[in-house]
Ligand binder design. Sequence first.
Ligand code: PGA
Length: 261
Amino acid sequence: MHIAITPTPEDASKLAAKIIIPQVKSGFRLGVATGSTPEGLYAELRAAHAQGQFSLEECTAWALDEYVGIAPDHPERYRNVLRRELVGSEKTGLKDENLHTPDGTAADPHQAARDYEAEIAPGVDLQILGIGADGHIGFNEPTGSLANPTNVVTLTAQTIADNARFFDNDEANVPKQAVTQGLSTIMKSGQAVLLAFGSQKADAVAATVEGAVSAFWPASILQYHLNAIIIADEAAASKLQLTDYYRQTWQAEYPDLPLSY
Ligand code: PGA
């Protein structure tokens, strides 16, 4: 794992954009996350597109997950969230038909999960990730299989409470299940770039980076990923023990990628 500790979330978003933009070429398969964490990164990608430095026009984007049973026109349906963030020539150039999301409206979500797994094989080139306070990536909640392909998950009470802010602050409105890329799907990505902001993520970041690999902290599977970068702001990194070492190694290994902008 490579650990980048940035002063602020803004620095982290800029750093992630600097990592991603030079890699994107025609045919690139970009795995995209939702939630509030990647919003700053997507703003950076839109700005780079506006300046003619970046385009997803000839690329495909692959969502991590989608709520089960959410109405097709619901603003929080992840397909709609990602459309607002990325699709169109005024955003990143991504074409709607090149945005892939699990079908949360399918009568059989388990079949939708199998279909998505077949479609996404052999894995994306680069997967953008957030992390839940409980250590989930995608919607892979604690104690699911570390070997899962895309699958149907039941959200934990904490995830439902955390996501209520997107549903009029009413937990009753939050869907209870989702189709998510499994941990094995995420592990097939060529590179994983995980962003974590705020002290509410500090336990999850510490368990992911310095804990044992465990289904109880699903993101800890990334310790087995050959090219995983964890970008945490100071608050999210506050429970890490080897911060001096991470700063030293980042500077030595990525001299062209500053931590502060
Ligand atoms: P957040 O969610 O970006 O809204 O904090 C992250 C996640 O649950 O993966």
